[in-house]
Structure formats: C-alpha cells, structure tokens
Design a protein around this ligand. Structure first.
Ligand code: SAM
Ligand code: SF4
Length: 343
C-alpha cells in the first residue's frame, strides 16, 4: 500500500494518525542522537563509570531518517533532538537537513547544554532547526563547575546571545532547581525575562539513576518556586510560547518573557501527553518514567519497510501507559540516567 504522508484526515485511503488507547494524538517525537555528553551534571550523570552505548549500537542518521519518515506518515509533526548532548554527535546539521525535508515534519527543536551552540548555530539554523531549548542551572561560574563538573558558563552565555541574535526566539532556558545549590538564584533567572524574549522554565529535580538521595534532599516543588519568585514581584499566569511543552507560565508586569514551571512530580502532565521517545540505540520509549519500550533498531537493520515500521508504531500504542506513577522519593524501576532516555 502506498503511504500517504500529508492531509491524513479525510483523504481517501489515508492512514489513521497515531493515537494511543486513551485517545491522545501522538504528534511529537524526541530523538536522542547520542548518550554521550561534554558535561556531567550532578542530577543526570555520574562523574565517571557510566558505560557508553557501543557505537555500533547507536542508530545511524540513515536509520533515524527511516524511523522519522514512518512516524511522520502517521501524524508526527514535531521533532526534538536531544541526548546526552546532541551537539557532540558528529555532523548533526546533516541530520537536521535530512529531517527538515521529510513530508509532514513542521518543527525541529534542539535541547542542548549550549556549550557548542554559538559555533554551530548558523549551520544548524541553515539546515532547518526551528527552535532551541538551552539548559542552564546557574549564572555563577564556580557553581557551574560544581553542578556540571566541567567549566563553560561563558560558552553557554555566548550560546544564548547567539540564539537571540539569530532571531530563533522565543528561547526556552531550562533550569533544574536544587535546594542549597542554586535555589537562591531563582530571582536572578526570573529577572532575565524582563528585558529579553526568554522563557525560563524551572524544572523539579527528578529521580534518575544514582541521584535518588540528591533528589530527596534537593527537591523544590514548582509551587514553592513560584511562591518565591512571586515575592520579588507580581506574577500573572500567561500563555506560553507554544510548542509541545508541559510547562505552566507566569510573567512579571511588562516583561518580554516569562517564567515557567515543569513539575512532573507534583503536577504531572500525563493527561495531555503527545510524545514518544527514540533512544540513541533505537528503542521507542512510550513513557519517560517506565520500562515500556519496543526495539526499532533490529527491524530497521533487518530491512523493515515503512509499512512495517508504521505497524510497529501502532502496536506500541498498546503499551503506552495512561500516566506515570512516580512519586517524590521513588525511583523508576529500570531508569538509569537521562542520558539513556534522552531528556
Ligand atoms: N544535554 C542536553 C541538555 O542538557 O539540555 C539535552 C539532554 S538533557 C538530559 C535534557 C534536559 O533534562 C535538561 O534540561 C536537563 O536539565 C534535564 N534533566 C536531566 N536530568 C534531570 C533530572 N534528574 N531532573 C530534572 N531534569 C533533568
Ligand atoms: Fe549532559 Fe544534559 Fe545530562 Fe547535563 S543534563 S549531563 S548537559 S545530558
């Protein structure tokens, strides 16, 4: 059967857009292009000893493209490239260029720690990158080193300037809040949203891999984050910058940007979940917190057709859970690290 790729609904013989058992349309695919990273953030990866996925097991760009073509044919419209750190994967702009021309793909975003962004941004934007989320947990160099275990704040700040200068706005900054480590900078981050079209999203630290203790001690809830920023100035709920996010947004009077909170633990966003994740080694993960996944690499390497892959996407919907059941102080059973899952 020929595969229709656009105008899915109502077209004769059209493929039915992907949705799960709970009638949530799946339109968003996050793609981890590598498990490797040039930082070692305390909440994400151990300093050393994490076994990297062998190179032969990582999907080639060709394989990623084939999977995305199938996903796009059944309604996936937005992609996010993540990792590990996606910019450490060689020739990433070449992948962006190939993804950007797949019929149906409307949006290609990047999640990055920003270290290599300033030098790569022109090429990425030229290839078709549409949006950037940049992670930054502190505005102080000494703290940057203690949180990320590597230097580089100046390079991240240069990345922010480059994105704004290039006009890839609104820019979203992600900040993982940790009590006693950076929670006294909430006001400084919020102040950045007054003059610039910046959306600073504060993320509750989540339990992954070996960080259960850190998470227990350092967790600050989204409600507390908002209350503390609200002490600086009045915060009003506002529309976010759009684009698939689970954040709730609030702004200071007259601000060009806004602050947001992402609270997977205290206010989960499962009800509106529209996403699935592709790990660097080709597993389709149906929920960030959980074991539900299917292997796509083996069939792709065995020569699966686009229809075969579509069948696998459709079948995977049966194991997409309605919600995650993770609670504060618990750890998802087989979760190792975000580097494996792809943020
Ligand atoms: N390296 C890129 C970066 O840092 O943006 C992309 C991958 S990173 C795993 C994606 C996002 O997940 C980052 O914003 C990071 O701060 C966040 N993250 C990682 N571990 C986390 C944790 N334990 N709790 C909350 N957010 C976490
Ligand atoms: Fe690397 Fe991103 Fe994890 Fe930090 S959060 S260690 S930058 S993958």
């Amino acid at each position: 059967m020929a595969v229709e790729t656009i105008d899915l609904i109502g077209a004769p013989g059209a493929i039915v857009p992907l949705s799960d058992q709970f009638r949530r349309p799946i339109t968003y695919l996050r793609i981890s292009v590598t498990d490797r990273c040039n930082l070692r953030c305390v909440y994400c990866m151990p300093e050393a000893g994490l076994p990297w996925i062998p190179k032969a097991e990582i999907l080639s760009y060709e394989e990623v493209v084939r999977i995305v073509e199938a996903a796009a044919a059944i309604g996936v419209r937005s992609l996010r490239l993540t990792g590990g750190e996606p910019l450490v994967r060689r020739d990433l702009p070449k992948l962006v260029k190939r993804l950007a021309v797949i019929p149906g793909i409307e949006d290609i975003a990047l999640s990055t720690n920003g270290l290599l962004l300033a030098e790569m941004l022109d090429e990425l934007a030229g290839a078709g990158l549409t949006r950037v989320n940049l992670s930054l947990d502190t505005l102080r160099e000494d703290r940057f080193f203690s949180i990320a275990r590597r230097p580089g704040l100046d390079r991240v700040l240069a990345g922010i300037d480059a994105v704004i200068a290039r006009g890839l706005v609104p820019l979203k900054l992600n900040c993982v809040v940790m009590r006693g480590q950076n929670d006294d900078e909430l006001g400084d981050f919020a102040a950045m949203t007054r003059e610039r079209e910046l959306f600073v999203r504060f993320i509750e630290v989540m339990p992954v891999g070996e960080n259960l203790e850190l998470q227990r001690d350092a967790y600050v809830s989204a409600d507390e984050i908002l209350a503390r920023i609200g002490e600086v100035d009045e915060l009003r709920p506002v529309e976010g910058p759009g684009g698939n996010g689970p954040a709730r947004y609030f702004a200071f009077p007259g601000a060009r940007g806004a602050v947001g909170v992402i609270s997977p633990l205290s206010h989960d966003y499962c009800e509106t979940c529209n996403r699935v994740r592709l790990t660097a080694d080709g597993r389709l993960r149906l929920c960030l917190f959980g074991d539900n996944e299917i292997d796509l690499r083996t069939p792709v390497r065995a020569g699966a057709t686009q229809d075969d892959l579509i069948g696998l996407f459709e079948g995977s919907m049966l194991i997409k859970p309605e919600r995650h059941h993770l609670r504060l102080g618990e750890q998802a059973s087989r979760m190792r690290a975000f580097s494996e899952i792809g943020g």
